[in-house]
Write a protein that binds this ligand. Structure first.
Ligand code: CA
Length: 261
């Protein structure tokens, strides 16, 4: 069966370099997206808004406002998947953009295959809202209750993670987590105290794209540390006495022991 353009929804390319923009446009069209593009940050925000983007590729270095500011503006109205495109010298800044609501980033120059793989890994996973406050709908709460009965909910020290609805609640209050934060928390809860190395967790964040033998950079591991830091903040972890996320120095992380309430 052939691919119908627009099957996967709308992709918006925000990139000032003509060659890179044309390449991204072609790759995303071939993948099955309806593609719109913009060469400046401000135009990009407008196009993302008017075309109701599902996926956005966002260059960090743009002529007017930079990619981080574009991301901040887009996140006020859109929960599109956002992949940041960054130069090698901007990589560390881009990792901090994961805190601002980017889903992933790719260092230029990139292979079209790598971009396609990253985007399809992102889109295979349902997503929680990242716009504003996340509040569970009554139907979600009902689904959560049903799943609890079916053993689809991982619980630990007052935290409940529903693997089916991909929602997390702390003593009944819903937490708004990004996809990566959810996946990492799920992995550690499933491990019931087994140590997960930072490399293991990079593979969790990246989805199936990274196999056992794939090179994992320090920046990849640093990105995992940033996600874990975000999780700790959202969970209000006490660093002296964590209830969920324990650092295993020089190795990775594991789940804290069960505590008496
Ligand atoms: Ca640029």
């Amino acid at each position: 069966m052939g691919i119908v353009v627009g099957d996967l929804g709308v992709a918006v390319v925000i990139e000032d370099d003509d060659d890179v923009r044309n390449l991204l446009d072609a790759v995303l069209q071939q993948a099955g997206f309806e593609v719109h593009s913009a060469a400046t940050g401000r135009d990009g925000v407008d196009v993302a808004r008017h075309r109701q983007a599902n996926v956005i590729t966002l260059d960090v270095g743009l002529p007017d406002i930079d990619g981080f500011e574009v991301l901040r503006r887009i996140r006020q109205f859109s929960d599109a998947y956002v992949v940041m495109l960054t130069g090698r010298n901007e990589e560390l800044d881009t990792i901090s953009a994961l805190q601002g609501g980017a889903d992933d980033y790719i260092v230029k120059p990139f292979r079209p295959r790598e971009l396609r793989a990253r985007i399809s890994a992102m889109m295979r996973r349902p997503r929680q809202g990242v716009v504003g406050e996340v509040v569970a709908e009554p139907s979600e709460q009902m689904a959560a209750a049903v799943n609890a009965r079916r053993g689809k909910v991982l619980q630990h020290n007052g935290l409940a993670l529903d693997t089916e609805t991909r929602t997390v609640a702390l003593r009944g209050t819903p937490l708004g987590l990004t996809r990566s934060e959810f996946d990492l928390l799920q992995e550690l809860l499933k491990g019931t105290g087994a140590v997960r190395t930072r490399a293991d967790l990079v593979r969790v964040v990246r989805g199936e794209y990274y196999g056992e033998d794939t090179y994992i950079s320090e920046a990849d591991e640093r990105a995992v540390e940033v996600h874990i830091g975000n999780l700790r903040r959202k969970l209000h972890e006490d660093p002296q006495d964590p209830r969920w996320l324990v650092t295993v120095r020089g190795v990775g992380y594991r789940l804290a022991p069960t505590k008496a309430e």
